[in-house]
Design a protein around this ligand. Structure first.
Ligand SMILES: Nc1ncnc2c1ncn2[C@@H]1O[C@H](COP(=O)(O)OP(=O)(O)OP(=O)(O)O)[C@@H](O)[C@H]1O
Ligand code: SF4
Ligand SMILES: [Mg+2]
Length: 309
């Protein structure tokens, strides 16, 4: 079980702008204890969140608990557990494999690292079969595979340590449309077999398909490093509360079978330093939104951070 308490990750903007920080994640508090969808546009902090959960990104403020262990207080012990129990599938399967090694060699290397040389080839072939590939792929180089096949091999490799949680960061965004559904089906099958999958995506159609396949998923909506809404995906889709979520849902092609025009401000107001990052665009904004970020409120079975409620 993952618990984040007021987690902030900030990066310095560089020496020219000393003292100025980019908040990749800002004061995030949440719990993740089942398959989850993390949604947000580019720069929202999605990959940074994945890196925090994987123990690859140190947090600037706050606390990260994994199974009640305060990770950065018990660094050695916790990171050892996390690095095995939480695995990552990156967006670009082509960049994830050594082009000069066959898939069998790449996966074999990891199998040998965890389980020794004995029967490693059989283990790799079994793994390939478990993700819908065959022994043929064992002998192929990455350039001889389709993007969809390679992403399957990528997922197979991440399963080698027998993780409890798999974080798939935009797992379909580099793939042709025809492969996207099959990769989400594979991830959904893994959920049905007991794996907890955290899917990161900017694509609401992918999010909806995954949520449907697994019978509902928690979702976190991130906007410029802030958690603005969280709850069951279907609830959020039916009744988005945060003005950003409303905009996001209405800007995609008629996903709910109806469209309601969402008006955005476009008057070049700068984003406030401490307030709500959606302030420049929000048609509901008021003075207080500039001064501080609202706390999360529970409404209609999900949670929202907005002064409009
Ligand atoms: N190592 C770093 N140094 C400086 N800034 C960083 C670093 N990593 C991330 N950032 C900044 O933090 C913010 C969040 O980045 P992140 O990569 O987490 O976003 P994302 O939601 O994954 O975006 P994308 O959809 O484009 O992958 C961005 O403004 C990014 O430029
Ligand atoms: S907090 Fe204010 S600015 Fe931010 S989304 Fe809500 S109403 Fe708009
Ligand atoms: Mg990213």
């Amino acid at each position: 079980m993952i618990k984040l308490e007021k987690v902030t990750v900030k990066f310095s903007k560089g020496f020219l702008k000393k003292g100025e920080n980019i908040y990749a994640l800002h004061d995030i508090s949440t719990e993740i204890n089942s398959s989850t969808i993390v949604i947000g546009e580019s720069g929202a902090g999605k990959t940074t969140l994945a890196r925090v959960l994987l123990g690859l990104q140190k947090i600037s403020e706050g606390k990260y608990f994994y199974n009640d262990i305060n990770v950065w207080r018990n660094k050695r012990k916790a990171l050892k557990i996390i690095r095995r129990e939480i695995q990552y599938v990156a967006q670009d399967p082509y960049a994830s494999f050594n082009p000069n090694k066959t898939i069998g060699e790449s996966l074999g290397y990891v199998v040998k690292k965890y389980y020794g040389r004995k029967n490693y080839k059989e283990k790799v072939i079994k793994l390939l079969e478990s993700v819908g590939l065959t022994e043929n792929e064992y002998y192929k180089y990455p350039h001889q595979m389709s993007g969809g096949q390679l992403q399957r091999a990528n997922i197979a490799r991440s399963l080698i340590p027998n993780p409890k949680i798999l974080i798939a960061d935009e797992p379909t965004s580099m793939l042709d449309a025809s492969y996207r559904v099959s990769i989400i089906n594979l991830l959904s099958d893994l959920v049905k077999k007991g794996l907890e999958v955290i899917i990161i995506t900017h694509d609401l159609a992918i999010a909806r398909y995954f949520a449907n396949q697994i019978g509902g998923a928690k979702s976190l909506i991130l906007y410029k490093g802030r958690l603005v809404e969280e709850g069951n995906f279907e609830n959020i889709l039916k009744n988005p509360l945060h003005p950003y979520t409303q905009f996001l849902i209405n800007s995609i092609i008629d996903i709910r079978g109806e469209t309601k025009e969402i008006k955005l401000n476009d008057d070049n107001v700068p984003p406030p330093i401490n307030g709500c990052p959606f302030y420049p665009y929000c048609s509901f904004r008021r003075e207080i939104c500039k001064e501080s970020f609202p706390t999360m409120k529970e409404i209609d079975n999900h949670k929202v951070a907005c002064y409009n409620y």
